[in-house]
Design a protein around this ligand. Structure first.
Ligand code: NAD
Length: 438
């Protein structure tokens, strides 16, 4: 086990503005009355994310109480957490004598922790029901956070008596390799809660970005146009291999269909519903996803999604495109003219850029650097680009507009936003002209 396992180091070594980022964030975590130090952490939901988040705490010697409604899942929790760690450390920290992980079937016990981190299924009603149960036992100062990918904090806060001690704390998958955590400020979240949340994620060597509330926050608003376009390309008859190759050649850590398999196609679909309801003109919950979920092909967690994932083997290299998928999805697939590889790349990446401009137009982040942190440290966007907006600046806004105009098949999804049009007209850029400041 290395001293700083899976920390952002590999990802950040190319990014010279990280020092500046650190300066900005240290003022954030101070807050008006200083953050409340979090001494105990309870995680609710021992699924893929809950166990990975628990491991991220254990790695820094922060003990975790973990709870799940499913006794079988709870029974496996220690093993799942240990699997997220290196073997020796996993055995030491989570083994039968380990002090660092304690599974519990008692929700009341978790509710007494300083921080309760909810990571159960992505459903408003299920989360609200849990919060109402939790509410009966919550400590006077307990902070509750949700790892929801897409559901606005405001909608979930209704389940709790004191919404000032509630915010989003959205980790990215795979937690081992994606250090970004979105801290989502709901309308009633107090400054003190935000400060405590930011300080806490920094304690476990994560990169927090503070974002405003709204469906999909920032990370998933950027991700879903990419995933959605991949599904659309697939529906048009583009082979899975061509879509994946275009993304990987561009430098993405993973192609979009493989990423959906990793996230879980059920979770992807639930998140797509939330986003499609909020942004129906540009996000669709694809019938392809519905078919896959109905067929029980949920991705890596069930051993089969767009790819087959043999359980005996670990790692992406072993998973291959499953021919059965073609048959399953055939009723939905048309045979539109094939897109050139370069067109596939533009179709995957430019919708992310358009969404980034909408996020900026809506003031959901503090500045452009938060968008680039989100894509680099949360989404596996190629480090060599230094971020989506840096990449777009090098391309130039006018060229981006011209490229979008060439993607007629995408219809309104390729419509340049007012911000992009203004930059193209004025010759402006996202980062503005370089400054001489040292
Ligand atoms: P998962 O299906 O792997 O795990 C969910 C767990 O919640 C299951 O073990 C289930 O038994 C448990 N559960 C359901 N209802 C419960 C309740 N009332 N009380 C206690 N436990 C309950 O799902 P996941 O992928 O780990 O996602 C969990 C959350 O994390 C979701 O909100 C999801 O949107 C979010 N998230 C997921 C990803 C991803 O890539 N999968 C990334 C970031 C955030």
């Amino acid at each position: 086990m290395s001293a700083t396992p899976d920390t952002p180091n590999a990802a950040i070594e190319h990014v010279d503005w990280i020092a500046d980022w650190n300066r900005r964030e240290s003022s954030l975590s101070r807050g008006p009355a200083g953050p409340r130090k979090i001494g105990s952490v309870g995680v609710i939901g021992a699924g893929m994310m809950g166990t990975a988040i628990a491991a991220a705490h254990v790695r820094y010697r922060l003990p975790v109480l973990i709870h799940d409604a499913d006794a079988e899942v709870l029974g496996r929790a220690k093993t799942s957490i240990a699997a997220e760690l290196d073997e020796a450390e996993g055995q030491f920290l989570c083994g039968s004598f380990g002090r660092f992980v304690r599974p519990t079937a008692a929700l009341a016990e978790v509710a007494r922790c300083d921080l309760v981190l909810e990571s159960i299924v992505e459903s408003v009603s299920v989360k609200l029901r849990l919060y109402r149960q939790l509410q009966r036992h919550l400590g006077e100062h307990t902070i509750v956070v949700s790892n929801t990918s897409t559901i606005p904090v405001q909608r979930l806060a209704g389940g709790l008596a004191d919404a000032s001690r509630f915010c989003g704390m959205h980790f990215c998958h795979p937690v081992r390799r994606r250090p970004l955590v979105e801290i989502v400020r709901g309308p009633q979240t107090s400054e003190r809660t935000i400060a405590a949340a930011v300080a806490h994620v920094k304690r476990i060597a994560r990169i927090p970005i503070l974002v405003q509330d709204g469906p999909g926050f920032v990370v998933n608003r950027l991700l879903f146009p990419y995933l959605g376009e991949a599904l659309e390309l697939l529906r048009e008859g583009t082979p899975i291999e061509s879509i994946e190759e275009a993304a990987v050649k561009f430098g993405m850590a993973m192609g979009p269909l493989r990423l959906m398999d990793e996230i879980g196609l059920d979770t992807t679909l639930q998140a797509a519903w939330v986003l499609a309801a909020a942004f129906p003109e540009r996000i669709v919950s694809s019938p392809l996803l519905v078919s896959m979920v109905k067929a029980g092909r949920l991705g890596r967690k069930t051993g089969a999604g767009f790819f087959s994932h043999p359980r005996s083997t670990a790692g992406d290299a072993q998973s291959t495109v499953d021919p059965a998928v073609g048959e399953l999805l055939a009723p939905w697939i048309s045979s539109s003219p094939r897109s050139a590889p370069e067109t596939i790349t533009w179709r995957l990446v430019l919708p992310m850029l358009l969404e980034a401009t909408r996020i900026l137009e809506e003031d959901k982040v503090r500045d452009v650097r938060d968008i680039d942190s989100a894509v680099l440290f949360g989404l596996g966007f190629p480090a060599k680009t230094e971020g989506l907006l840096r990449w777009a600046d090098r391309l130039g806004a006018q060229r981006v507009v011209t490229l979008l105009q060439s993607l007629g098949a995408m219809g309104p999804r390729a419509e340049p936003t007012p911000m992009l049009r203004t930059l193209a007209r004025t010759g402006g850029s996202f980062y503005g002209p370089p400054t001489d400041t040292p």
